[in-house]
Design a protein around this ligand. Structure first.
Ligand code: HEM
Length: 397
């Protein structure tokens, strides 16, 4: 039987309830979408097998790619033109060897060592945001004041956006990531802005990420703009959504929070468990297509068949995680697939880990009485969004 897809979450702390039944049924199950059927990968081992990339493509131009399966009609020429504009340098959508060319250039910018050097800056940005919240009283809306604000400032720092442009950049990014009608206009405004930023840097490259990419001389102007755009999008809403969800989860598990307060050395493992537990990306980034016939988890998958990996299901697979629905910072959750796996595994994962760790540790240190001021039932969430998150979370301290 083909399942309907996508399935909604009904609770902010759990994937869609049907995932457990689907995982039980088989490692790969069939789902119906308007443009045709696709495979859903439900278990951890098969998720890693598909994401590892052999015989699999992530490129939306590959015949059978499942992004087309959501459509009932072909894109208009205007839509095609707009998409084309954003394709250059968007290496998350490329397969090796095209993908490798970009990835190789960027890996040195996101190593554990490079991110360690950024930590004092991240700490300053976190402290500044908490100073602002405290200066305004003893209440705040955490999604806006902290969750969205931090990754935005970190990205500005990483991309070399001058301080004077922060407000413009943050406002447009927020519009672009919203579901409002002006989100397309905001995306074009940001791309134009980044185009100008790259042009200026080409004239006088500094010793920063963009400057090093320019002096490396391997990317065209348009590719550089596309890479900057991808870093902005990939590193923003993901981290932004994780912060309030993590705060909420830790407040609901006061013993584990107390343990972290007593021994901050536990934060890195707590962050891994938070990433596993929430699996906010789930399937949206894990769209793939088979480029040859192959067997996956005992199932024949034919060339041209579309696949979605259900990351949130793989991260609750009882074959790999004991008591998968329990939140447990002691479990050692490092092998989760919240950052993906294989060739496209999150480039910014070390940065995301540093942001989450510093943000959460500092929030709970500096605001010891931090609490959510509305009942769980009144917290609104983006249940149907590609990346799961809360739309607002009023807090007091
Ligand atoms: C890729 C999750 C933060 C940059 C990915 C993928 C996932 C992911 C699941 C794999 C997509 C795929 O397999 O197709 C997350 C989560 C984050 C986060 C959960 C935060 C909690 C960041 C940050 C940056 C970043 C802070 C950088 C500023 C990227 C890039 C890719 C990527 C560039 C594409 C890598 C490639 O295709 O080679 N991320 N991400 N991410 N992420 Fe992240």
């Amino acid at each position: 039987m083909a399942h309907s897809f996508p399935l909604p979450r009904t609770c902010p702390f759990a994937p869609p309830p049907e995932y457990e039944r689907m995982r039980e049924e088989a490692p790969l199950v069939r789902a119906s979408l308007p443009g045709g059927d696709v495979w859903l990968v439900t278990r951890h081992a098969e998720a890693q097998r598909v994401l590892a990339g052999t015989g699999i493509s992530t490129n939306p131009a590959t015949p059978g790619h499942p992004t087309a399966a959501f459509r009932t009609e072909a894109p208009s020429p205007e839509e095609e033109q707009a998409l084309e504009h954003f394709r250059t340098g968007h290496f998350i959508d490329l397969d090796p060897p095209d993908h490798t060319r970009f990835r190789r250039l960027l890996i040195p910018e996101f190593t554990v060592r490079r991110i360690k050097e950024l930590r004092p800056d991240i700490q300053k940005l976190v402290d500044g945001l908490i100073d602002d919240m405290v200066a305004q009283g003893s209440e705040a809306e955490l999604v806006e004041a902290f969750g969205l604000a931090l990754p935005s400032l970190v990205i500005c720092r990483l991309l070399g956006v001058p301080y004077a442009d922060h407000e413009f950049f943050q406002a447009r990014t927020r519009e672009m990531l919203s579901t409002d009608d002006d989100s397309h206009a905001a995306a074009f405004a940001i791309r134009d802005y980044l185009d100008g930023l790259v042009t200026a840097a080409e004239q006088a490259p500094k010793d920063d990420l963009l400057g090093r990419l320019i002096t490396g001389g391997r990317l065209t102007h348009d590719e550089l703009v596309g890479v900057m755009f991808l870093l902005l999008v990939a590193g923003h809403e993901t981290t932004a959504n994780m912060i309030p969800l993590a705060v909420l989860t830790l407040l609901r598990h006061p013993d584990q929070l107390a343990a972290l307060r007593a021994d901050p050395a536990g934060w890195p493992m707590a962050v891994e468990e938070l990433l596993r537990f929430h699996s906010i990306v789930d399937w949206a980034a894990f769209d793939r297509v088979a480029v040859e016939d192959q067997e996956i988890g005992g199932q024949l998958v034919r060339k041209g068949e579309g696949i979605f990996v259900l990351g949130a299901s793989a991260n609750r697979d009882e074959r790999v995680f004991e008591r998968p629905d329990a939140f447990d910072i002691e479990r050692g959750a490092r092998h989760h697939v919240a950052f993906g796996y294989g060739v496209h595994q999150c480039l910014g994962q070390n940065l995301a880990r540093a942001e989450l760790e510093i943000a959460l540790r500092t929030l709970f240190e500096r605001l010891p009485g931090l609490r959510v001021t509305v009942a769980d039932a009144d917290l609104t969430a983006k249940y149907d969004g590609a990346i799961f998150g809360l739309t607002s979370m009023p807090v007091a301290w």
